[in-house]
Design a binder for this molecule. Structure first.
Ligand code: 15L
Length: 270
């Protein structure tokens, strides 16, 4: 039986959105799907709405008659300040404000490990450490986590912020042996975040049960997350495909990996 009447999933045409479009379907009678890109044909329980999250009026309509929101929309990698701020900061604000005005109970926010990417791999941090973003993209995720904290303290709108590691079918490099989350574990983590009876404002690390870990994942277990996958099964394949490591490379020192070595993308434009 569906738990909710209507869940809104933003970013439904993105890589993780496509996984959640299928994975969250059993949870709601109506799954409202939005993206700036086309969403294909609607299944029986689906409502498709092509939306630019930077358009507040459109986002207000999107959040009407919705029980909970899984917010996966916006830019998912580093970009210019204009791109990142419009889709992630303005877009994030529009989602939170539209949820407040429409009395939505909870947002499950796709944050990122890049909000804390400048912590060293040797530090085992929990979800209470101050943000140390490694990119403008990471800054935008840190901003929306703070926005979520504000909307909880002032207005009682609940959030689970998922600091997602590397969510791909398989880990692609050595770093991802620690940061990987399988698609199956993603669906479980988002489902638990939606169905846990009470979450308040809660940040969790989104990774599988990897033998190698950079982060303390106990707060995800508090909402019932029990990951089923472990990147270790891919170690041999990953090691065989990797080149020898330069231990002075910042990408190897910090948890954010190569994001810490990216230039400022506005420089690249000029
Ligand atoms: C992210 O936040 C990105 O969306 C994804 O493409 C990966 O780069 C991931 O982080 C990662 O850190 O591996």
């Amino acid at each position: 039986m569906s738990k909710f009447n209507r869940i809104l999933l933003t970013g439904a045409a993105g890589a993780l959105g496509k996984v959640l479009r299928v994975g969250l379907a059993p949870l709601a009678t109506h799954l409202r799907l939005s993206d700036i890109e086309a969403l294909g044909d609607a299944d029986d329980n689906e409502e498709l709405v092509q939306t630019d999250l930077a358009d507040f009026d459109a986002v207000m309509d999107l959040c009407k008659d919705v029980d909970m929101v899984a917010h996966f929309g916006g830019k998912a990698v580093e970009g210019t300040s204009k791109e990142v701020f419009s889709s992630n900061i303005t877009g994030g604000y529009n989602i939170y404000e539209a949820c407040r005005r429409n009395s939505v109970k909870r947002v499950v926010f796709a944050s990122s490990n890049h909000s804390i990417g400048y912590y060293k791999r040797t530090e085992r941090i929990d979800d209470h450490v101050p943000h140390r973003p490694d990119t403008l993209y990471g800054v935008s995720k840190a901003f929306t986590e703070d926005l979520a904290s504000f909307y909880w303290d002032k207005f009682g709108l609940e959030t689970v912020s998922l600091r997602i590691g590397s969510c791909f079918p398989e880990p692609k490099d050595r770093r991802m042996l620690a940061t990987w989350m399988s698609h199956r574990d993603l669906v479980q983590l988002v489902s638990r975040s939606l169905t846990a009876p009470y979450v308040g404002f809660h940040a969790v690390y989104g990774v599988s049960d990897n033998s190698e870990q950079f982060w303390d994942t106990s707060s995800a277990r508090l909402i019932g997350y029990k990951p089923e996958d472990n990147a270790e099964v891919f170690r041999e394949k990953v090691e065989a495909a990797s080149s020898p490591q330069d231990l002075d490379d910042p990408a190897l020192i910090y948890a954010g990996g190569m994001y810490t070595a990216f230039p400022h993308y506005d420089d690249e434009q000029s």
